[in-house]
Design a protein around this ligand. Structure first.
Ligand code: PAF
Length: 279
């Protein structure tokens, strides 16, 4: 596995692969890798000949300085976790030019970012789409893999790629859960044992809503309200619990179309997100 920290060296490596006729996959991450990330790598392997994982904690997508500071950084452990699974790791010291004029060019997907995490975390998706487009320009992948735990993020990236003709195939990989139901996230490591136990209410609430929908309930607003009550009863501080159209991400009152029930809630000071398809 090659570890590249320089944008030019990364681009040259990638171009060399493509010149040799190899298809390049990128798995963008912020590190602190877990089994969910490794499943993205496995998905990438199915779509390309060589796999690059990028590891970069992107400051522009954090709306709170304390959240950015607390975000785990463990490059050596991440490299050990990846081992031989990947061909290259791109771990830039910085993605934004230091010194000289400030960064002032941004990529903004306007409508899809108005709801859910976009509403709760102003500027978050502008940071995500900007850094992902920068990563695409540096790595020049044929395909990039995004996990469906960050469902809105995956949709926003797909729209960016379509609207800007970026020519990168986006592969969606399923959300991965611990055996007890908690969605895998780098933030889980910051949960106290008590908060982690309480946070199981999120998946419990989502599974209950999915089962109710499977049994014929079509009132999406009621399902979202029921899920919110379960999470709040366990001590979660809810940012949102919303049933949304899976394409537009707009709230929908009935299960008369493909709908995703999406949650963001704090347990302790850790913000967790999760989602499930209801139809
Ligand atoms: O999902 C993430 O880890 C980040 O939002 C991403 C896509 C790596 C951009 O910084």
């Amino acid at each position: 596995m090659q570890v590249l920290t320089d944008k030019g060296a990364m681009r040259a490596w990638s171009r060399e692969q493509r010149r040799a006729g190899r298809r390049v996959a990128l798995v963008p991450t912020m590190g602190s890798l877990h089994a969910g990330h490794l499943s993205l790598v496995d998905a990438a392997r199915q779509h390309a000949d060589v796999v690059v994982v990028s590891i970069y904690v992107n400051p522009t997508q954090f709306d709170r300085a304390d959240d950015l500071d607390a975000y785990p950084r463990e490059l050596d452990a991440d490299l050990a976790r990846l081992g031989d699974r990947v061909d290259a790791v791109f771990a830039p010291r910085d993605m934004y030019t230091r010194g000289g004029p400030a960064h002032e060019t941004w990529v903004d997907v306007t409508a899809l970012t108005q709801t859910l995490c976009g509403a709760a975390r102003p500027g978050h998706f502008r940071g995500v789409t900007t850094v992902v487009s920068k990563l695409f320009h540096v790595v020049e992948p044929d395909v990039a893999v995004f996990g469906d735990k960050d469902y809105q993020q995956r949709r926003v990236i797909e729209r960016m790629v379509r609207d800007l003709d970026l020519g990168v195939e986006i592969v969606a990989a399923p959300l991965v859960r611990d055996p007890d139901g908690l969605a895998l996230s780098s933030r889980n490591a910051r949960l106290s044992p008590e908060a982690r136990a309480d946070a199981l209410a999120i998946s419990r609430a989502l599974f209950a809503a999915r089962d109710a929908a499977g049994n014929g309930e079509t009132d999406a607003t009621a399902l979202a309200a029921g899920a919110r009550a379960v999470i709040e009863a366990a001590g979660g501080q809810v940012d949102y619990v919303e049933a949304v159209d899976e394409a537009t991400l707009l709230a929908t009152p009935r299960l008369d179309r493909p709908v995703v029930l999406a949650v963001a809630a704090f347990f302790g000071d850790v913000r967790l997100i999760d989602n499930i398809r209801l139809s």
